[in-house]
Design a protein around this ligand. Structure first.
Ligand code: NDP
Length: 337
């Protein structure tokens, strides 16, 4: 059983040395347990925050020397659990390893699914995050301007496409010309700006001549600096993530922005609301699964996966995610499904 352990707490951007590939015996299920073999491992930005001592308010940090955690699509390869049969595919939390045990409580049977990795992306957590954050908090109305960064990523690509379905004008921000072309030509965004272009902030102001009504916050940092002065009266800002800060070890250069933030929130009557998707499964997952299933089947929402082969490549792929090298929902194919 190959598994990646957290070898060191990263200083800034993680390096390969922060992970250690370990070999252990394949575990044996006890009564009431199943043995899972990982088919696909999801790599997600939140994993960076869980590499810190203490983790977050919603999940504990990974202990030094323990396996890296993560969502997976896994196959049941041995079962001593009445509800799970050998051979079936499940959504699981097996982490960065070939095999794991589960008592079944955290498993969801996937049934016969055309593309099982989608349970980690377009039909799973990231797309569900886009759905809840945009529709329940952002509440875009026809004709309004919606801005989202990491626009071709797992969450952002779905935010922009749902906003288009709701009749909004969508301006994306992404890293690189290829991603921007894809956002406009394939995903149907109205505009997409390359954050590596030195002129991009000015281009954003020009593209949002009528201001911004919904800013779906995925990244923070310089993108938020450019967005803040453009927010309209009554703008909504679902705060989903701030990946630009996840590797940060010191305050960004420049003036303190807190006063401008407070003044803008006050004067523009802005509603900023953070949310953690774990809170919304009981109420909203069923509606999401139905709507998203229909939209994908009808070709109204396109989901793109960036599939990396081999568990051994997980650390490098994860570091790439934090640097914007992924193009679509990042998953590792650990074994054939
Ligand atoms: P993505 O697939 O979008 O991949 C991350 C992307 O972030 C990169 O490809 C890169 O895109 C962009 N990025 C990286 N660094 C920076 C930077 N310094 N400035 C601007 N953009 C940067 O990941 P996800 O869709 O999975 O996650 C998107 C956000 O949503 C993250 O902040 C994540 O933490 C958050 N999230 C929150 C959840 C919640 O419950 N609140 C649940 C799931 C995700 P590019 O180079 O194209 O700009």
């Amino acid at each position: 059983n190959r598994r990646f352990l957290l070898a060191a707490r990263p200083q800034g951007l993680p390096t390969a040395q922060d992970f250690r590939l370990d070999q252990a015996a394949v575990p044996v299920p006890a009564e009431g347990q199943v043995l899972l073999r990982t088919a696909y491992l999801s790599l997600d930005p939140y994993m960076r925050t869980l590499m810190e001592e203490g983790g977050t308010s919603y999940a504990p940090g990974v202990t030094l020397g323990a396996p890296m955690i993560g969502g997976t699509v896994s196959r049941v390869v041995a079962s001593r659990h009445p509800q799970f049969q050998v051979g079936e595919l499940v959504l699981a939390n097996a982490g960065w390893q070939d095999y794991a045990l589960s008592d079944g409580q955290d498993l969801t049977a996937l049934g016969a699914m055309a593309q099982p990795s989608r349970a980690l992306g377009g039909l799973g957590m990231p797309a569900f995050t886009a759905y809840v954050g945009l529709l329940d908090i952002g509440q875009p109305r026809p004709g309004e301007t919606v801005v989202v960064a990491a626009a071709t990523g797992a969450v952002g690509s779905v935010v922009g496409q749902i906003a288009k379905l709701k009749g909004a004008r969508v301006v994306g921000i992404a890293g690189g010309a290829d991603k921007c072309r894809y956002a406009v030509e394939t995903l149907g965004f109205d505009v997409c700006l390359d954050r590596h272009d030195p002129q991009w902030a000015g281009q954003l102001a020009a593209a949002c001549a009528d201001g911004i009504d919904v800013y779906f916050e995925n990244v923070g940092g310089e993108v938020f600096d450019a967005v803040l002065p453009l927010l309209n009266l009554g703008a909504r800002v679902p705060v989903c993530g701030h990946i630009a800060d996840y590797n940060r070890q010191s305050l960004p250069a420049g003036p303190n922005r807190l006063q401008l933030l407070m003044a803008t929130v006050l004067q523009q009557r802005i509603r900023m609301q953070g949310f953690i998707i774990l809170d919304h499964y009981a109420d909203r997952f069923e509606a999401f699964r139905r709507d998203m299933g229909e939209w994908i089947d009808a070709g109204r929402v396109i989901v793109r996966e960036d599939v990396i082969d081999g568990l051994e490549n997980a650390p490098e792929a994860f570091i790439g995610l934090l640097e914007g090298r992924n193009f679509g929902k990042l998953v590792v194919r650990v074994s054939e499904d």
